[in-house]
Write a protein that binds this ligand. Structure first.
Ligand code: HEC
Ligand code: HEC
Length: 353
């Protein structure tokens, strides 16, 4: 039985056509400044990543400490970095994350790298921004399982933190808002510029090989860019998983509908970034695709109604690997020692579900 391509797919195709007319256009920004001409910058649906300018270094440093501090969890062993390991592309490389009391999660942990570039946070976009997001995992019983009051109280018993929060915020008490603000300030710095693809965008013709270029052309021509576009090659919209063919797997998760309450948003997810995608396996909200080859095959089939040959799939995967940028380069933070009144962690407490 042949399925008709739904209206949305037609919309996507129109968008692709619009983007394609943009694609490949070369903007010659060459400026004859004395002897050297600048290379021609390419205008493409995937935009270069621009590293943010850090203005408040003390706040970023504090946020970095909090990101790595397991004392924000009831067990005393789970930090943000446990599931968003910055040595592993900002993920845990697990199908679904494991939280407090070894509780199995339902969802694959998205990378925190470049997450500041997305329109919203979480697979269903229920947090508007990084600051709003950061409060979630601390209190989530299946993640860090720490009430916000307890988290803040714990930080107040650590003399080193009292001092640095005072230095950054100049308020008498530590508050949850300060905690999430600092974490978000740190996360804003977690961008990965200077990938080979970015260097090609900036005009370096040798940055991509023949196969990678072929892969990028196919990525554009077959319509992937309708959803994976912008500086993060994703994160710009919510889209249904299984637009042309139904997704083969568990479809019980509501996705975006959980936020909007609209039936039309069932099984829509935030389009994930493809930046550093070679590092962020396994793929999809449920971690069902083990390899990039598998993810590309599924995307072709169920989002675009297209079956790629082995060579075509290899080409696209080769292109996707060029999206790996410079990892954030910073010193591992040293955490201030606990004080005499810092609550004891309770790693073996039974979890209520
Ligand atoms: C137990 C594992 C775990 C811990 C600990 C954890 N996260 Fe997450 N994180 C996840 C999972 C799983 C998701 C996806 C959940 C969803 O979409 O509903 C997520 C989503 C996110 C997102 C959204 C990314 C995106 O692209 O939508 C950000 C940002 C994030 N976490 C930051 C943090 C910070 C900051 C902390 C520490 C305060 C933290 N996480 C602690 C597992 C974890
Ligand atoms: C109609 C929109 C749409 C199109 C077209 C599309 N994608 Fe996706 N892509 C998504 C969504 C939504 C997800 C997340 C799916 C999920 O949550 O399970 C995704 C996920 C992915 C992932 C996994 C990323 C991760 O971190 O989990 C890869 C890789 C990917 N797409 C590549 C492609 C390629 C290659 C094409 C073209 C053949 C393509 N996509 C076309 C919307 C789209």
């Amino acid at each position: 039985m042949k399925r008709k391509i739904p209206l949305l797919a037609a919309g996507a195709v129109a968008l692709v056509a619009a983007l394609a007319s943009h694609a490949g256009r070369i903007e010659d920004t060459a400026q004859q400044s004395g002897t050297r001409a600048k290379a021609a910058v390419r205008v493409e649906p995937i935009k270069p990543i621009v590293a943010p300018k850090v203005t408040n270094f003390a706040m970023v440093e504090l946020g970095k400490q909090l990101f790595f501090d397991p004392r924000l969890s009831k067990s005393g062993v789970i930090s943000c970095n446990s599931c968003h390991n910055l040595s592993m592309g900002g993920t845990d490389n697990l199908k679904a994350s494991i939280g407090h009391g070894w509780t199995p999660g339902q969802l694959n942990a998205p990378t925190v790298l470049n997450s500041s570039l997305a329109i919203a946070q979480f697979w269903d976009g229920r947090a508007d921004n990084l600051q709003q997001q950061a409060a979630g995992p601390i209190a989530n019983p299946a993640e860090m399982n720490m009430s916000h009051e307890l988290a803040v109280r714990t930080l107040e018993t650590i003399p080193g933190y009292r001092e640095s929060f005072w230095r950054v915020f100049r308020e008498d008490r530590i508050t949850l808002e300060q905690v999430t603000k600092a974490i978000a300030a740190f996360e804003n710095t977690l961008v990965t510029p200077n990938s080979r693809f970015d260097r090609w965008l900036a005009g370096d013709n040798r940055a991509l090989g023949e196969q990678e270029l072929r892969g990028y052309k196919l990525f554009k021509a077959s319509g992937c860019v309708a959803c994976h576009n912008g500086p993060a090659a994703g994160g710009t919209s919510f889209q249904k998983l299984g637009l042309v063919e139904p997704y083969k797997g568990d479809t019980s998760i509501p996705g975006r509908a959980a936020v909007t309450g609209k039936d039309a948003d069932r099984f829509k997810f935030k389009v994930p970034t493809l930046r550093n995608v070679e590092l962020t396996y396994p793929y999809f909200h449920d971690g069902s695709a083990k390899t990039l080859a598998e993810a590309v095959e599924v995307m072709g089939k169920i989002q675009l109604g297209r079956t790629f040959s082995k060579d075509e799939n290899d080409d696209i995967v080769a292109f996707l690997r060029t999206l790996t940028g410079d990892a954030p380069n910073f010193r591992l933070p040293q955490l201030p020692p606990s004080g005499p009144n810092t609550p004891e962690p309770t790693p073996f407490e039974v979890v209520k579900k």
